[in-house]
Write a protein that binds this ligand. Structure first.
Ligand code: DX5
Ligand code: ZN
Length: 215
């Protein structure tokens, strides 16, 4: 079984506290936080100051996805905001391995996200430094985009790489995940499904999360 991480990008920002509480009660395993700077991606969302004020629930990790340039300049603020996972984009930074080590030293799970056009070769030599890989199945920047089907092969390939190296790295898939493609993604090796519109875009969050998990 895979975990479901609803993305608050598709929630009502005016009611973040109630929205997060509602998806936790509906069975969310993690809360996915899309941090956007308007430079790395076209949109601007929120940062550590808002995250710091988000409600916490036992056993439900806060999963920060940083779509910002020079993420290293802000890592300390995210540590202080008490997130459980931090994903950096491999395309956004130069000294990736150094930053991943710093994340782990601060007792936060380290992750790398890859745009659809980025090769898995770019992260092959940092796999040992990772707790999670985020395979983007849309070009980041917006919720509700169409899933890029061939990313299923990328999930298969990274799964093989992880097994070959005997590592325990979780695979998260982000973008356009629905009950229609979640089954194939699970077979390919997905451990965590990010779901924005597939959860917050539905009237009944519990039904939406169950529909994904039963796929
Ligand atoms: C895209 C974000 C995703 C987004 C997913 O830039 O990284 O996390 O919220 O939304 P859906 O599930 O609607 O594609
Ligand atoms: Zn995301």
């Amino acid at each position: 079984m895979f975990k479901v991480a609803p993305s608050v990008l598709s929630a009502s920002f005016a009611k973040l506290e109630t929205e997060i509480k509602a998806v936790v009660e509906a069975g969310a395993d993690l809360i996915h936080l899309d941090v956007m700077d308007g430079v790395f991606v076209p949109n601007i969302t929120f940062g550590p100051m808002i995250i710091q004020q988000m409600p916490r629930f036992e056993g439900v990790e806060l999963d920060a996805h940083l779509m910002i340039i020079n993420p290293e300049a802000h890592l300390q603020s995210f540590f202080e905001a008490k997130v459980d996972r931090i994903a950096l984009h491999v395309e956004s930074t130069t000294h990736l391995q150094r930053h991943l080590r710093l994340i782990r030293e601060n007792h936060v799970k380290s992750a790398v996200a890859l745009n659809p056009s980025t090769s898995l070769r770019d992260i092959e030599w940092v796999l040992e430094d990772l707790d999670m890989v985020v395979i983007m199945s849309v070009n980041p920047g917006f919720g509700g985009q169409k899933f890029i089907e061939r990313m299923i092969y990328k999930v298969e390939e990274i799964k093989e790489m992880i097994i070959r190296k005997g590592l325990k790295v979780e695979i998260e898939v982000d973008g356009g995940v629905t009950p229609e493609n979640a089954g194939s993604l699970k077979s390919a090796g997905m451990d965590i499904a990010v779901a924005g519109s597939a959860v917050f875009g539905k009237p009944d969050y519990a039904k939406a999360i169950t529909a994904l998990k039963e796929a």
